[in-house]
Design a protein around this ligand. Structure first.
Ligand SMILES: Nc1ncnc2c1ncn2[C@@H]1O[C@H](COP(=O)(O)OP(=O)(O)OP(=O)(O)O)[C@@H](O)[C@H]1O
Ligand SMILES: [Mg+2]
Length: 225
């Protein structure tokens, strides 16, 4: 068994103070390993997005540690975090977040550019990534001309840009019909297994259970036994 690429140890996030204080995530410990899909389930407001944001070094915990590839992120300064995110993480959101004025291939290239990818190789790499997610025939389409499932696959190609070890997806099927949602979840699992990525998916959808190697249930910010 290889070491986890991402660990969070006894992590708590508290928003606000006084009467407005919300303990969004409460003493959560978990880890993910390359090749594995972890599913995070739980009702609305249970702290899933907050947890995923801390896992992705987007949000700092109030208490507890995040460890990425054996590096204790707690010790890093704020201006070191963008590099950690670029190097280790690909993010996928419910709303796809594609640039409408850019073709599929250009949407992927944009992220490669942000990740300082070799300029001359960018187009080739973007096409390869779209091929990987089964969109080799749609590379010159604009987002508005793609179906929901295809848009989400462009988002996956983008998340894979720069070969991050970890993919974090917040409700990736939230805007898809259930058949397309299943397809997209299966693709995430294939990505985890074929490319040795550690994948964490937040979802309400019980169908997502079939595609995960491991599941945690959150309730009021805590992992339910
Ligand atoms: N920026 C914020 N400031 C204050 N409270 C927040 C903030 N973000 C989230 N919360 C609160 O923290 C709790 C957890 O929110 P979070 O968004 O993590 O839940 P969630 O499980 O992702 O919900 P959903 O399924 O609706 O997306 C909620 O009570 C929410 O109101
Ligand atoms: Mg959420």
């Amino acid at each position: 068994m290889t070491n986890p690429i991402l660990k969070i140890n006894d992590v708590t996030k508290i928003y606000g103070e006084g009467d407005n204080k919300v303990v969004a995530v409460d003493s959560v410990t978990l880890s993910i390993t390359r090749g594995e899909v972890l599913l995070i389930m739980g009702p609305s407001g249970s702290g899933k997005t907050t947890l995923l944001s801390m896992m992705g070094c987007i949000l700092r915990p109030t208490k507890g540690d995040v460890v990425v590839d054996e590096q204790l992120i707690t010790d890093f300064t704020e201006d070191a975090l963008p590099d950690i995110r670029k190097r280790y993480f690909g993010f996928v959101f419910q709303s796809f977040n594609l640039f409408p004025s850019l073709k599929a291939v250009e949407n992927v290239e944009l992220v490669l550019r942000l990740k300082n990818h070799d300029k001359k190789e960018m187009r080739k790499e973007a096409l390869k990534l779209l091929e990987t997610v089964g969109l080799g025939k749609r590379t010159n389409f604009y987002p508005e001309d793609l179906s929901g499932g295809e848009k989400q696959r462009v988002a996956f190609a983008r998340a894979l840009a720069g070969e991050p070890a970890i993919i974090l997806a917040d409700e990736p099927t939230g805007n898809l019909d259930s058949k397309t949602g299943m397809m997209v979840l299966k693709l995430l699992r294939d990505i985890a297994e074929n490319f040795e990525k550690a994948v964490a998916i937040v979802s309400h959808d019980p169908k997502a259970l079939d595609t995960a190697h491991r599941v945690v249930h959150l309730e009021d910010g805590r992992i339910k036994a």
